[in-house]
Design a protein. Structure first.
Length: 509
């Protein structure tokens, strides 16, 4: 059946009434602005069907509206508390869903573009039609604490950039779908191939962008939009099911299998849980992605937390989330990175991982002249580690010393850089206590979260003076070698450490 209209707008009349009564309604402005943005992308004005009459919820679906639904390519419902309580809106949705599929349309691509004007209270969430529930949608609001705040739709001089950003995203996706339906072109998120910076064709990469809690919805949308505009497929394409834990896990695994990388945004809230599982969806996604990374070394993960998380600036009050965040910070493994930066830095790093710059021939063959040993000790032990430094230097090893006890962001960045880049690590147990030693051993494990790619060529704890019972009892499985010498330094103490380091071809780099 030929299509007369490009877009059918479905909404509750209450959502088009301006509370102050002195400007155009929300839907009025959407219908006025959306075609302009779409026409900028397509080069022609899309045809919109919109019911402008005040019809009661009990009215029969008129022939004119049925005709509009049957002859429209796309359906745009304006989701709101009014929408889910309107029998009229539900009938429009059901009628559109009952229309036969269009020839050439991709089966996994919905022709429904859910605009979320405002979120649903708990008592209304169950009334959201099943045809819309699994769609991610286009939110036109953000959460401030526990309260939703709609983006401002006013015109100049009070133009809200968040409103226009959401509207441009909606227009862009609608434009691509119309081009696919009318001209038979592929949607940009799933092309058969793309081109890298060197002009070479390569398979399109899919990224698993984990569902987040509502406090990070805006940041997640920014990452999602960046990826989609650069031609990457972003999964999952629909909301994860929450009725049953097994269904949730199955949907996550299916999307992860199609992805080369997973991105997780972790905030202060714990988030929703499946009806039969106490774990949050955020946690389940992270655990399954970690399993996939362990099974497939080519699969990598990026975990992001906002700056200031777990401080008074961004305190976590939910003990479940606090436990989850602490566990994440302590068990970052190979194939994963944990970033606590701005969202812009996350986007930059993510794109670099997906499309790393081509190395020149000189960069590919260059190796560091000397292997690097990261010697970690307290400032009070500076004189005690000097013989160790001299010995390692005589073995043609570059020794980088971290004198713990210093503070400052610059020095912490230096510490993380050394954890990422050095070939071996030696923790000196001198004037410090056992908790200090174990904190630094945990840092060796966290190195993978800072971008470390290879295992340590060698790692050890050197237990030196002064002697005490705590040192006599010290044992650990986190490093393969523990040396004890409370007297003057003996080179034989570190021969196994040096041999293990020199036995590895090329080292960390």
């Amino acid at each position: 059946m030929p299509s007369t209209y490009d877009i059918f707008i479905s909404y509750g009349q209450l959502d088009d009434q301006d509370p102050a009564g002195d400007v155009k309604g929300w839907v009025d402005l959407l219908v006025e602005r959306l075609p302009r943005l779409v026409s900028n992308n397509l080069g022609y004005q899309p045809k919109i069907w919109r019911d402008e009459r005040s019809l009661s919820g009990n009215a029969l679906l008129t022939a004119a509206i049925e005709e509009g639904l049957a002859h429209s390519l796309l359906f745009v419902p304006i989701l709101s508390p009014r929408y889910v309580q309107s029998d009229w809106c539900r009938r429009e949705l059901e009628t559109f869903c009952a229309t036969p599929p269009l020839p050439g349309a991709q089966a996994h691509r919905s022709r429904i573009f859910k605009v979320i004007k405002s979120p649903l209270l708990f008592n209304l969430a169950t009334k959201e039609p099943s045809q819309l529930r699994e769609l991610i949608g286009y939110p036109f609001y953000e959460m401030e604490g526990d309260m939703p705040v709609e983006f401002g739709h006013e015109v100049q001089p009070n133009k809200d950039p968040k409103y226009w950003s959401a509207l441009r995203r909606l227009a862009w996706d609608i434009s691509n779908m119309l081009a696919a339906l009318k001209d038979g072109v592929n949607m940009p998120a799933v092309p058969s191939s793309t081109t890298n910076g060197n002009g070479n064709a390569e398979s399109t990469k899919s990224v698993y962008l984990a569902e987040s809690t509502s406090d990070l919805a805006q940041q997640r949308e920014l990452v999602r939009e960046e990826l989609r505009q650069r031609g990457y497929e972003v999964l999952p394409e629909q909301k994860l099911p929450l009725e049953e834990g097994k269904q949730t896990e199955a949907a996550i695994r299916t999307a992860l299998e199609r992805s080369v990388l997973a991105v997780h945004l972790i905030g202060a809230r714990y988030g929703s849980t499946p009806e039969d599982d106490a774990r949050s969806v955020v946690r389940i996604q992270e655990e399954l992605a970690a399993q996939r990374s362990a099974d497939n070394p080519a699969f990598s993960r990026l975990l992001w937390m906002p700056q200031g998380l777990m401080t008074t600036t961004l305190e976590i009050t939910d003990e479940r989330q606090k436990t989850f965040v602490v566990q994440l910070q302590n068990r970052i493994s190979a194939g994963a990175e944990l970033l606590q930066t701005s969202i812009e830095d996350l986007k930059t790093h993510l794109l670099e991982k997906l499309n790393p710059p081509e190395k020149s021939q000189s960069e590919r063959v260059r190796r560091p002249k000397f292997k690097q040993v990261y010697l970690i000790c307290e400032d009070r032990d500076r004189s005690l580690v000097k013989p160790i430094r001299d010995f390692l230097f005589d073995q043609k090893l570059e020794v980088i010393t971290w004198l713990d006890g210093e503070v400052g962001r610059t020095l912490m960045d230096y510490h993380r850089k050394n954890l990422r880049d050095c070939d071996a690590a030696l923790v000196y147990f001198g004037n410090g206590d056992e908790p200090w030693v174990r904190k630094n051993l945990e840092d060796l494990e966290k190195a993978y979260g800072y971008g470390r790619e290879n295992d340590w060529c060698a790692s050890a704890v050197y237990v030196g003076a002064p002697a005490n019972i705590q040192k006599d009892d010290f044992r650990t499985l986190l490093v393969p070698l523990v040396v004890r010498n409370y007297n003057s330094f003996d080179p034989n103490d570190l021969l196994d450490f040096v041999k293990a380091l020199q036995a590895v071809e090329g080292g960390q780099r």
